[in-house]
Design a protein around this ligand. Structure first.
Ligand SMILES: [Fe+2]
Length: 276
């Protein structure tokens, strides 16, 4: 089984079928300039995660957010007793946070490209392939919530075979991933299939919201990270349904959640524990 590669502007139908069935595909990065911006941001993440605990603690995510406060900051999560911790920095791309303030223009360029050149065209193509209408697409893709996460799954001792990120599915519409260290695997027909780094490419996967919206035409696949090399740093861009609008199954016209925000809360509940 081969992970399909999609070129964002010219989508081959058989590759699209494979991507919708497997839940994962590669997408070629659209320009050299964008690759350079990603490199700068990845290096900033490596420096940050390699920094002192005191420095990282300065940017810690607040435990309780007041209404209207942004979900941004540094957090360490444990996924289960026998799995490594994961360190993350969250922010909304229109307002880079902490160590990313000096890279605001790069972050905004990445946000624009990932949303408008990759995620929305792919979402539109998936909707058309699933036999849905332009109106359905406009409803599903209007005002999406986008967030950017830099994530580090640190190496513990020499245990390179340990699972770094537990098997899970993503919640939203589309997730765009960039990484240079191997370790990502997708579960396909009860087998774990590696998705190695492919130079000049992003990896895309489809989330639970998109699977439900298309009544299963588009698969949200179980995936995990294991067998990583050293500290594995990745950039993850989540495109999720609008927090204000209903999340709807467009094939049978049923409401799944009254708002995207409610959908997110339902999906997120008990998923991770935060280490304080
Ligand atoms: Fe994921």
């Amino acid at each position: 089984m081969q992970i399909p590669t999609i070129f964002s502007l010219t989508i081959n139908q058989s590759e699209l079928d494979d991507a919708m069935r497997i839940g994962f595909c590669y997408v070629r990065l659209p320009s050299e300039a964008l690759i350079q911006k990603i490199d700068v941001c990845m290096q900033t993440a490596r420096n940050f995660f390699g920094g002192s605990p005191e420095e990282k603690a300065k940017w810690r995510l607040k435990e309780t957010l007041l209404p209207g406060e942004r979900y941004e900051g540094y957090v360490v999560r444990s996924q289960s007793k026998n799995t490594n911790t994961v360190e993350q920095i969250f922010f909304e791309p229109d307002s880079p946070f902490g160590p990313y303030v000096p890279h605001a223009s790069s972050i905004q360029a990445i946000d624009d490209a990932f949303l408008n050149m990759i995620s929305l065209p792919l979402l539109h193509t998936v909707f058309m392939k699933a036999g849905l209408s332009q109106d359905d697409y406009a409803d599903a893709a209007g005002n999406p919530a986008c967030s950017l996460v830099f994530q580090c799954c640190p190496l513990t001792g020499e245990e390179k075979n340990k699972i770094r990120l537990n098997a899970h599915k993503d919640f939203g519409l589309i997730t765009v991933l960039y990484f240079e260290e191997d370790g990502l695997e997708v579960n396909y027909q009860n087998q774990w299939i590696p998705i190695p780094h492919k130079p000049g490419h992003l990896v895309i996967n489809f989330g639970n919201a998109l699977e439900l919206m298309t009544n299963g035409c588009c698969h949200s696949a179980l995936h995990r990270v294991t067998n990583a090399t050293d500290n594995r740093v990745s950039m993850v861009y989540f495109v999720s349904p609008s927090p204000q609008r209903p999340v709807r199954n467009y094939i049978n016209n049923k409401i799944i959640a009254e708002t995207g925000q409610l959908f997110f809360k339902q999906q997120f509940a008990d998923y991770y524990q935060v280490d304080h």
